[in-house]
Design a binder for this molecule. Structure first.
Ligand code: FE2
Length: 118
């Protein structure tokens, strides 16, 4: 995490290589997942309806950020995107074998999930 008291902490001596950028995006995704976990924990830890609403909204924005980052990652590393798709297909096959249907989407919820972005 950046030190806010150090005015030079955001300065870099060079640009990232493509491989370093891909790694940085992965780290960014981890940060978004951690943020979702923390906001959701706070939503669950309070009964204040207004706080729940605001924190839930922020949490869901973090989910959208994951979608953006995953799209960027798939663009930067199409081979990795193939692995994501392969894993998704494997789970779909397991669901078919176990006759598990995908949950129906509620019309009031977001049309994408972390899983669907893979
Ligand atoms: Fe975010």
């Amino acid at each position: 995490m950046a030190s806010l008291t150090n005015p030079f902490s955001g300065l870099v001596e060079r640009k990232l290589t493509k491989e370093e950028l891909i790694q940085a995006i992965r780290v960014d995704i981890v940060g978004e997942l951690e943020a979702i976990f923390v906001y959701d924990a706070h939503v669950q830890a309070t009964d204040d309806p207004f706080a729940k609403k605001v924190l839930s909204d922020i949490r869901d924005e973090e989910k959208a950020h994951i979608g953006e980052l995953m799209t960027l990652l798939r663009h930067l590393d199409p081979e990795e995107a193939d692995h994501f798709a392969e894993g998704e297909e494997e789970v779909r096959e397991m669901m078919e074998q176990l006759k598990i249907e995908s949950p129906k989407k509620d019309s009031n919820t977001s049309s994408t999930t972390v899983g669907s972005l893979l």
